[in-house]
Write a protein that binds this ligand. Sequence first.
Ligand SMILES: C[S@@+](CC[C@H](N)C(=O)[O-])C[C@H]1O[C@@H](n2cnc3c(N)ncnc32)[C@H](O)[C@@H]1O
Length: 428
Amino acid sequence: MTKTGDKWQWIVGDAPPPLDPHSKVKHQLVRDYLYKYIGVLMANAKMPRLRLTLVDGFAGGGLYSDGQGTAPGSPLIMLKTAAEAEAYLNTSRIQTPREVDAQYHFVEVNPSSYEYLKHTLNAEGYGRDIGTKIALYNNKFETVCADIIAAAASRKAGQRAIFLLDQYAYDDIVMPTVANIFQNLQGAEVILTFNVDSLLTFLNDSKQFHTITRRIGLEPYINWRDIARLKAGSQWRQIIQRQISHGIWKASGARFMTLFFVTPQGNSPWSYWLVHLSNAYRANDVMKSVHWDHGNSFGHSLEAGLFQIGYEANKDMDVTLQTEMNFMEASAFDETLRTRSIVTLRDELPRLIHEQHDGVTFNDLIYQIANKTNATEKIIKESLNEAVATKELQALIEGGGQRAKGTSIRGTDILLPSRQKSIFMGYR
Ligand SMILES: C[S@@+](CC[C@H](N)C(=O)[O-])C[C@H]1O[C@@H](n2cnc3c(N)ncnc32)[C@H](O)[C@@H]1O
């Protein structure tokens, strides 16, 4: 291995690079997400096969040094996790075997690291799959992305494809490429790393930064004229982060997004984001649940309950001239945040539901708020418990009847505010 700045190069014959705490967290997330999501997609026990395309666009050499031994890199993690998920699906079945029929595309631009990846795959017993199940590319991801999209699109049954785009900084992947993935693949998802700190630290209204952000597709989402003024205040990072996160979501064209900081314990906290983009709500919810499962390794600086990304004048002290701004300190996905989320949503959701005069199905409600909350569907249901139990809200069951508590709510239930209670609560 050799290191230039914070970038590693794998060399066959040398020890692999050390696994840093950020990558460890990232690997855990990829593993757990993939495992859980395959389980969700195969929840129907009658489904015999799941066709899936797994893409590692910034693959690296495939192996790390970790303590006394080695640890797998993301390509091996994808291969092993899909096999483990398939084995689990078959544990309790004696009849027809169930299959995770995955095709893999691994892209690595650095020739030495690419050779190392090939070497790793061979050493791990995947040599025979190269050229059949596994396509390897010694190229830039951007250059081969269209070929990969075409290969995934030609597979029948849903075009499900997960793209892991694990760039070092924030400018190796441009948003039009991500948008292209979503435009051409119905079942696409993208997991993107974005080192927001290295962009924000130097960001200013200069020709240099206009050029960089224009190239990656985020220039129109930044409130350029205000940067200098904002940087003089103490909350500038959070304000500009909201603009950039909003930009990533808009420019990607994906319907749903989760975006959180990776914060390994004992490490400098808020350096990079892990962004998950998808058009499927279920994928978004599974990703949120994985963030909660690893609560101390992920964080955010947005409010519990409902938040807004993009520029918000009411969060900008210089616009509002208020000092008691409701800005969150960075916090983890822990019990405190969970409780605060439930308490806040308990208050906010009945108001939101009341604004939709003819009621709203639970499914429509969760789709509406998916990008505005850290809460999973389970937490949202819990936060509705009190309102449903006290009949402040009615949860009407399709075909008749009402739910007695929030946790029993199903997607097709219609949520309606109770009239009397609404007047009493001061809603109109
Ligand atoms: C952060 S490392 C990837 C680590 C890997 N995903 C893992 O977790 O095991 C980024 C890798 O992407 C490669 N790379 C950089 N720019 C690239 C590009 N445009 N296309 C493909 N690979 C690229 C680098 O050489 C490096 O090996």
